[in-house]
Design a protein around this ligand. Sequence first.
Ligand code: NA7
Length: 541
Amino acid sequence: MAQDGPEQFDVVVIGAGFSGLYAIHRLRQQHSVVCFETGDGVGGTWYWNRYPGARVDIISVEYSYGFDEALQQEWRWPEYFSAQPALEEYANHVADRFDLRKHIRFSNPVTRMRFDGKTNRWHVHTANGDHVEARWVIAATGALHAPNEPAWPGRELFQGQVLHTTQWPREGMDLTGKRVALIGTGSTGVQATPIIAEQAAHLHLFQRTPAYSMPSGNRPLDPEFEADWKANYAERRQQMLQTWGVSLIDYPTYSALDCTPEQQNEILEKAWRSKNAFQLLTAFSDVMVNPAANNVVAEFARNKIRGIVKDPKTAELLCPTYPIGAKRLGNDKGYYEAFNRDNVTLVDAKSAPIVAFTAKGLRTTEAEYEFDVIILATGFDAVTGAMSRIAIEGVDGQTVAERWRDGPTTYLGAMIAGMPNLFMIHGPLTPAAQAQMITAGEWQINWTADIIEDLESRGVARIDTTPEAEQWWAQQVDAAAAMTVHNLADSWYNAKNIEGKKGGFMIYIGGFPEYTRACTEAVAGGYRGFVLTPEPATAPA
Ligand code: NA7
């Protein structure tokens, strides 16, 4: 292969998750496309995250593709909030139904890329030694892909098994009779806790920051609900795009502070039982923007914890003090209830942090613990990690990791100055994870594909953006974040989940309609914020 030079394609797609799959489908209609995928199967997030309890927290009739009417009419979701196996099965169905696999090279991650400014093409290299050249690259690398594994010393000494939740074996793991440590209380830890507690001889949950979580409203999908959605799918998909989070959640117009305590309580009780994962955050109009209103909801949630957990000391340790929703709200099936079991112990890893692995388990600043299995539910080098871990070299020889040393810079979350013809889906400073990601991803891919097709039809060989455009977008991102309570807690949203990681707010939370308006206006305004370079043959002499 090397002797004949690199293989030629129009488009390289990185990642065969939900966005990558649709990107292949959309682009291959007019282009030659190759996709490189790290895993040996499709599904991305829903391929990697097969830990016990892994389940989506958005109703599946929304969290699914809308690009093909027959697909959305024929596919049947078993439950309101699908579990990982159903989501992976769906991704596989889509890959087969639309014959996408022939474009995908599995177990073959992209390791480095270099833009050739003379030919205006990317050279893409992979772990298996592939070298391809393409005009366009679409990075659908996932906002929550690169695992965060704390660098405690001594991991090689531990005689049991250590694994991150993204490394869960496909065949499952029998934890029966095992002494298990689970570290982390984000969405993952909250989902996994009750299930592991049922299996393990004893579960120690190491908590650095407590989690707010709502009971999951999961249940088998009601046939009438399904039929109603299927009768109105096209219209609902359009309506979803007009909402802040690309989801048809009720958004009330009244403030928590305009209600009496009795009214507040009635509304919040209803929200708690609503079976909608985020209803507590949308119980009033101002939960996410007014700390006083937020505290009404936060105190309600804390009282729920105190009501469920029998041991008052454990209950208090489980009660968060930061605003509810500032970190991602959990969605669980018996999380707090698990602490009433005799075989579950909550460990305060804030006052006594974990400092090392030992031959038999873990050491904190206060004690030693013995385990058979240590599970790291420690989250991700989120939003930037997947891109930064590929050596991507732009026009001036600088890599993405170097450019983002002090935090990600992007224009509309889609492009990075000096990295021409490279488009990101759910990239840094997009609404990633604050918008329902399958539908939002489809929108971004269509916007990207339209740009590519438009530029090709006009003989444009290269599209780039500028540091000024990036700065303008950074201001929009920061302004949106400043209006909310999100910065009142440390999380992956603000790059404070990993010690030493720099960056401001990592995603745009001004709402999906504002985001898409900025994107469409930029293009309609003559590619405002972009720099277009024509094909050499048509360039002025
Ligand atoms: P998260 O939400 O980032 O949670 C990671 C958890 O791991 C969180 O509780 C962290 O505590 C904890 N953590 C991380 N490092 C350590 C160390 N060194 N010691 C103790 N505890 C640690 O990741 P998830 O996988 O749960 O969820 C990610 C997203 O997936 C979620 O937001 C949804 O969008 C779906 P911390 O809170 O930082 O103190």
